[in-house]
Write a protein that binds this ligand. Structure first.
Ligand SMILES: *Cc1c(COP(=O)(O)O)cnc(C)c1O
Length: 413
């Protein structure tokens, strides 16, 4: 049952089964015979009980696909935290201080995903720490309520900014940005992923914010690794930087980090749960998630990143080797420039003669046994992310892809 799991994860699950960590559950007397049967000593596989499809994740850190798996020591810290009561605000404060210390910035807050970090950053800039304004959001009457950003930096996640009742003002050049800034401007927004799509780069952007005294926010959600990106943007002068906790950082999927200036982070905290009459009361982060995020961050900072990189490259090569000899199939290892900047494998073949394009191949892999999720990229080929796989799973992924491509190519020959 644990065949596809890493040795670490298997050992952790076995320890659950042995009951050391499951002791709390075992102590509760079952209500009925059926209950007793269900609560036998093994950890329940609820996903299996519900018949929900599981798959090997060769697609990457997609929210829809539940993105990433937490390392065993994150899970065990969560388990311990779940047995304690704390004052949530005190935990937020102390965990935030610890994150800020680790990441060498003024202050930090664990948020309900990067999306919530965007909402909280905006609320902090619009309402600040004023209780009346905090209560009033998303009604921004009487507040600075415009966020200036480059047109090329608009994206689906900016809905999280608009949740605060602000208006997005799109500009295309540095000159337009300077003209657009007024006494209504609450914040300047930058989408790290689109750095090269707009004409205003990091340095000019930060300088413009400084000159006008308007706080700057960089959304770098999916942009670690490299580990340096956790430090670079606050040091560059951004007043606020937002990350996802459950993508490359391998924290709880429902967490994120907001880093930045002490005053702004304090304002973000006041606009957040547990403050009931606030715009982000809907963005609750519980104690388990806060603790899990912190431990995941520590693990990430301690990781041997070069060794991880070599392992991901090896996995790509193994999958490439599994496809060797298939007529017309070519593979290449590549690294996306900004988000998910780790080794991936790109696979191409003659879609027309095989009667199979990357989308069809992805569909067949999804329907396979085991099911495999990949990233079909239309004409650009089939992209395979190896960094969210457990060790060894790349061999199965290679075999499954060979099966799908081999069958199509053979039957068209
Ligand atoms: C994933 C992502 C988000 C949202 O992050 P969550 O942690 O899922 O809330 C925001 N912005 C960008 C650019 C992202 O890639």
């Amino acid at each position: 049952m644990f065949r596809w799991l890493s040795r670490d994860r298997r050992a952790f699950l076995r320890s659950l089964v042995r009951g050391s960590l499951a002791g709390g559950l075992a102590a509760v007397p079952p209500a009925s015979a059926a209950g007793r049967k269900k609560r036998s000593n093994s950890a329940r596989d609820v996903i299996g009980e519900l018949g929900v499809r599981t798959f090997l994740n060769a697609a990457g850190t997609y929210t829809r696909l539940t993105a990433s798996k937490m390392p065993p020591s994150v899970l065990s810290a969560i388990q311990v935290a779940s047995t304690r009561y704390v004052d949530l605000e005190e935990l937020h404060q102390k965990a935030g201080d610890r994150v800020a210390e680790l990441l060498e910035c003024e202050a930090a807050l664990v948020t309900a995903g990067c999306a919530s970090a965007l909402t909280l950053a905006t609320a902090a800039c619009a309402a600040g720490t004023d209780p009346a304004r905090i209560r009033k959001l998303p009604d921004t009457t009487g507040m600075k309520n415009e966020v200036v950003l480059q047109k090329a930096h608009r994206n689906g996640y900016d809905h999280a900014i608009r949740n605060c009742g602000v208006r997005l003002v799109e500009v295309e050049t540095a000159a337009e940005m300077e003209t657009a800034i007024s006494d209504r401007t609450a914040m300047l927004f930058f989408l790290n992923h689109n750095e090269h799509d707009g004409s205003v780069g990091h340095e000019d952007f930060v300088r413009i914010g400084r000159r006008h005294g308007v706080p700057t926010l960089n959304d770098a959600a999916a942009d670690v690794p490299p580990v340096d990106n956790l430090f670079r943007f606050t040091k560059m002068g951004y007043d606020l930087v937002a990350y996802s906790g459950g993508k490359g950082l391998l924290g709880p999927q429902s967490t994120g980090l907001l880093l930045g200036r002490r005053k702004l982070i304090e304002a973000a905290r006041l606009n957040n749960n547990p403050h009931s009459d606030s715009v982000a009361r809907t963005n609750k982060v519980n104690k388990e998630e806060i603790v899990g995020m912190l431990v995941a961050l520590e693990l990430f900072l301690e990781r041997d990143h070069d060794a991880a990189w070599r392992e991901w490259t090896r996995r790509c090569r193994r999958i490439g080797n599994a496809l060797a000899g298939l007529p017309g199939v070519t593979t290449e290892v590549f690294v996306p420039e900004i988000a998910n900047a780790v080794p991936h494998l790109r696979i191409r073949w003659n879609y027309e003669s095989a009667g199979l394009n990357p989308e069809d191949a992805a569909e067949r892999l999804r329907a396979g046994e085991p099911s495999v999720e990949v990233r079909p990229r239309y004409e650009e080929g089939l992209e395979v992310a190896v960094w969210m796989l457990d060790p060894g799973e790349e061999r199965i992924v290679g075999r499954m892809i060979r099966g799908v491509l081999g069958e199509a190519i053979q039957s068209s020959a």
